[in-house]
Design a protein around this ligand. Structure first.
Ligand code: GAL
Length: 376
């Protein structure tokens, strides 16, 4: 009798989600953390440190689209990529109306990297100011001695003020009076954007930095990759040795092609990048590009989705955020995306799919439930 009671108790605890052991990845489902709550780390990325994975992402309020704000950056830890412990907020909004990071500001797509030289963890994120929509287009930086935080917020800025991109022809630096009156989205306007219309506009104040990721190259140099020029062009901006600032060396990538949600990885001598188009919270057809060097030239390879027509049109209802390299398997990668739920951003779903290969091109296929690559 006692045994039956004990067994029922264990069963009930399990059902209530108090202790959660996930055994498979179920894209699009609720993904319970160790407290049974859906993982609140959106637009995120993962850093492996001392055999533990740390997942950082937007910690969102369970409110409607009108309140796009968040609590800060959530952090979760895991050894197996399935069961995640809530480590709390790595970066918190600051309860002070004189701070740019005050409640009501927008913190999106945070990424954390480790700096071997300083021994510090560095976080960058897309930062919009309270009550200003997406106008500010800033990027914020924070630093911590401990991976789980608390991260100290340093500042927010628009990168590369007063500096031309490395790969920007001389003739683009000269104002083009004809470009100013062009109708948005006309062919001539898109051409003018490709030829640096917005780079020139933002030259003095600094380039826009919206959707973003970080990438540490094999030589230890880190890059901040951000949607700039009204989301029309990606900028690959080199970070200083301590990763806390920009060196001023930056490269325009895929000019005028409207890429957001960059997620980069390296495999067999090539760099690959998942991106999305620019349709806000609504998913659109994914894109994959490659380069032989991180700073380009980047070449678009098309849509990496291998599903039905409808699935390919929405990247299986997701938008890329990160590619995770699985520990112990040199060439195993996981595509991480967000299925946004704008009326309740906290409830947005995590779409993790294994990266597969098709003639050297990374592709993704839908799988409603899959098991991680065995590490050995
Ligand atoms: C998306 C972007 C998201 C968020 C959203 C707001 O394009 O990737 O991170 O900014 O727009 O509408």
């Amino acid at each position: 009798m006692k045994k039956v009671f004990l067994l029922s108790l264990i069963f009930l605890i399990g059902m209530s989600g108090v202790s959660q052991n996930n055994s498979s990845i179920k894209p699009g489902e609720i993904w319970p953390d160790n407290e049974g709550k859906h993982i609140n780390a959106h637009g995120g990325g993962i850093l492996l440190n001392d055999g533990t994975y740390y997942w950082f992402g937007e910690s969102r309020l369970s409110r409607g689209e009108k309140d796009r704000t968040n609590y800060g950056v959530g952090c979760y830890s895991s050894k197996d990529l399935l069961s995640w412990k809530n480590e709390g907020l790595a970066l918190k909004v600051i309860n002070d109306t004189s701070s740019l990071l005050q409640p009501g500001c927008v913190i999106e797509r945070p990424k954390v990297i480790f700096n071997k030289k300083t021994g510090k963890f560095v976080m960058w994120f897309h930062h919009e100011l309270k009550g200003q929509g997406y106008r500010a287009a800033l990027t914020g930086v924070a630093v911590s001695d401990k991976i789980t935080g608390p991260f100290k917020y340093l500042r927010s800025l628009r990168p590369n003020a007063g500096i031309w991109p490395v790969n920007f022809p001389e003739e683009f630096k000269v104002p083009n009076p004809e470009a100013s009156g062009l109708k948005s989205w006309s062919d001539e306007w898109v051409q003018a954007v490709k030829e640096g219309l917005f780079v020139r506009r933002d030259f003095t104040g600094g380039q826009m930095a919206r959707d973003m990721t970080l990438y540490v190259d094999r030589d230890g140099k880190a890059y901040h990759i951000h949607s700039a020029e009204e989301n029309m062009t990606l900028h690959f901006s080199e970070l200083t040795d301590d990763y806390l600032d920009f060196t001023g060396r930056y490269y325009r990538v895929l000019p005028g092609e409207s890429n957001e949600a960059p997620a980069i990885f390296y495999s067999k001598g090539k760099y690959f990048m998942f991106t999305s188009g620019t349709t806000g919270w609504k998913p659109n057809p994914g894109r994959i590009s490659y380069a032989n060097k991180i700073t380009g030239e980047w070449t678009a390879l098309g849509n990496p989705c291998r599903g039905t027509g409808d699935e390919n049109k929405t990247t299986f209802g997701s938008q890329s955020t990160f590619v995770l390299q699985v520990q112990g398997k040199k060439n195993k990668f996981i595509y991480m995306g967000d299925r946004w739920i704008p009326e309740n951003l906290a409830d947005s779903r995590h779409i993790w799919l294994p990266v597969e290969w098709e003639n050297g091109m990374p592709v993704i296929k839908w799988n409603p439930e899959w098991h991680l690559y065995k590490t050995k």
